[in-house]
Structures are given as C-alpha cells and as structure tokens.
Design a protein. Structure first.
Length: 137
C-alpha cells in the first residue's frame, strides 16, 4: 500500500494541526509537556502526567516499533487495496505513545510485533498522513 489512497481526512483544529501538517517538512510532531517532558498523543494541550498546560508540538525521531497490528482483508472503498496493515506504533521516545497508522512498503504478512519501523508521509490534499515502513537493516 503506497501512493495516495482514498482515506477520510481529519478536521484540523488547534490541537491536531501540527500533527497532520508537520510531514510537509518531514517532521512527525508530537505534543510534549514543557514542564515534565511527557509526550502526549493524541494531541491535546494538557499534560496528563503533571497537569501542566505548557504542552506544544515537538519533532520526534520518527522511529518506533509495531506494538500491535491487524491485516485488513476487505476493500471498503474503491481504490483501496484488499490487504493492508492497520497498526499501533510505539514511538522510540516514549513507548506509551501509540500512533495509529498503516505499515507500508512491505508484504502485510511480513509485519511482526516489535518490528522496527520509521515514519514517512503521504500527502493528501493539504495534510501529510504519517505512515510507517520497516527499517532497513
């Protein structure tokens, strides 16, 4: 699964705009607390660790590992492949930050739990959707 695919796009708001547009500069932007350093995702401007409101998007490495996944076997809309991977990727910076995504550029049957992955972005209109692909050895 690669290239621009039919996908529902999110409505942008103050909290999530950086996450959906950072890919234009090649950056995966995740909200981080300025007081305690805790990463917060999905993006909100409140830290659940220390209750600070000093939370802002910060670039992360884009590296992570497949926490869990499933392989979809149904073409839900025209143009969508019949088989593709839906996953939660745990970011390297903080393993409890789980990013819902597709794992691309590999056979779906090759995806495994704990598999090292890196971010890439697919432009859809004026948004940049974070996807992940296997890390080359």
């Amino acid at each position: 699964m690669s290239g621009s695919l039919p996908r529902p796009l999110p409505a942008l708001d103050r909290d999530n705009a950086a996450y959906w547009t950072g890919g234009e500069k090649g950056e995966l932007l995740i909200c981080r607390c300025g007081d305690c350093g805790y990463y917060v995702h999905p993006p909100v401007r409140f830290c659940p660790e220390c209750e600070s409101r000093d939370v802002a998007p910060q670039p992360v490495s884009g590296l992570g590992s497949v926490y869990t996944f499933t392989i979809n076997y149904k073409q839900w809309v025209p143009g969508l492949p019949e088989r593709y991977v839906l996953a939660l990727v745990a970011l390297a910076e903080q393993e409890d930050v789980l990013v819902p995504c597709n794992v691309v550029n590999c056979d779906p049957d090759a995806v495994t739990f704990g598999m090292p992955v890196k971010v890439l972005f697919e432009q859809c209109e004026d948004l940049w959707v974070p996807l992940f692909e296997p890390v080359e050895d």
